[in-house]
Design a protein around this ligand. Sequence first.
Ligand code: ADP
Length: 589
Amino acid sequence: MKSSFKLKFLLSYFFLIFVSLGFVAFFLDRNLEERSLQEIKSNLINEASLIERQVSALSPDLNNPGYLDKLSKELGPRIKSRITIIDLKGKVLADSEVPSHQTALLENHLNRPEVIKALNGQIGEEIRYSSTLRIDMLYLAVPLKDNAAFTGVLRLAMPLTSVQKVLFAVRKTIIIGLFFALGLAFVLASVLARGLIGPINRIIHVSSKFAQGDFSRRIFYSSPDEIGRLAVTLNKMAQDIEEKIREIRTKNQHLNAIFNSMVEGVVVTDNSSRIISINHAIEELFNINKVDALGKFFLEGIRNTDISEVINGAIKSAKLISKEIMLVMPKQRIIQVNVSPVLEKDKVTGAVAVIHDISEIRRLETMRRDFVANVSHELKTPLTSIKGFVETLLDGAMDDKKNSQSFLKIIQEHAERLNNLVNDLLDLSYIESREAALELSRLDLSGLAKEVVLAFSSRLNKHKIEVKNNIPAGTFINADRNKLEQVLTNLFDNAIKFNKEGGGIRILSEDLEKNIKVIVEDSGSGIPAKDIPRIFERFYRVDKARSRELGGTGLGLSIVKHIIELHSGVVGVESTEGLGSKFWFTIPK
Ligand code: ADP
């Protein structure tokens, strides 16, 4: 039997019926035994009184042993009892089952309990085991009297085998009945148990589905009894859990979305620094795969000792720890790591590490610092000169007409440089501020180039530089006119500045699919290969002294780069030292 509840139910039912029927059978049996014994006894008493009357009538003084012997042997078989007649001294005078000549050999009966009672004038009765016959015997003795005087004792003995036979038959019937009743009870109990256990089994089946996480099942049992109420409670519980799970799942999805779209990298570990979760930013920063990293120790999954130390420190100290760390692998980056311990009832159960990539911030900081230093330096040089020459003039040089003229000239040059510098700085900061909204229009590129060349004509003539404008007429671009003019002016200015006497400049364009590539080529000094990568940086100059001498500020190319990038274009340069340079940019059509 599978279900132990059913077994228990059947067994208790069985036990109940067995005990109650057993009680009934036991009392019935007792009662029956007593009653049949009583019946036998009263029969024996009746028979004894009949025989006693006969003896008293025919041989009241018991002096006729022949008669007594005959009487006992005649009546004994009839009443199916042994008849013994004993005198007052205990001597057996006659016995229905002992031959007459042996009667005298029988042992004295005076000490038999039933005999003693009869001699006291009562009816003596005893049940005793007879060792001669090997059965239980019922002995009944009555006094024999001659008028009022006792003359002896009449004893009747009856084997109890018949009583026991009857009792055995009755017991058999009772036991058979008992078994039938138990069998019936078993069948009934099975039927009842099935009715009771069916719904319980259904509840077990459905609740095991609940345990497996399937809360969509319901128990269909609508009786108002206890099991029905249990079913209702379980159904309600499943419904509540289902709703809670749905809620949690939605929240989880939201959290996951936030987690993965975060710019900051997040790593969650347990208290042995085993990775529980990482987000997308971490995968990118460390060039790893989430699936590979989960479940591993931090050092195995992400392989960064510095961060691992911070995490371990936070777990050990149960305090938030922040540290700036330089990453070398897989990319060179500067990161800010903040690790806070996860506490549960004052016990550290894990850690959350939030990693910010602050390389860009640091780069901008450095750039700003350098820029300020550069600007100060660039401003200081002409200012120092101006101050120096003004002091010299004031100290008396003013009177020296010839010198004062040349001093004032130098002061003018430096003031001019300051002016250029400030103008370039203002341009740069305006372009960088992004407030410089582009005023896009359809521009005739070749016309614009012509205008720029025209503006430089006196300088070109002075240095005998020949310009070729190879931009085909009708080349149109979509750009901000003033800004693009500044780009061409700056490039042209450099092409003249760094050119040689009698050199050449060529402006040309290439039609790319969506863009126009504009190239300004010169036959000037060219740029050393090592300087090319940095040439578009602010204040970067190959030869500072020469640039300054030529009135350069070192900002021209960075202005060019900014304007082109504002137009979503790209700038570049190809150059061979001593042979010339080829500056180019692309601009959308
Ligand atoms: P500058 O005011 O010095 O011209 P730019 O930003 O315009 O500043 O240029 C930066 C530096 O790039 C120059 O100092 C020069 O060394 C180099 N350079 C720019 N254009 C040319 C060119 N056409 N030929 C050679 N070198 C150039």
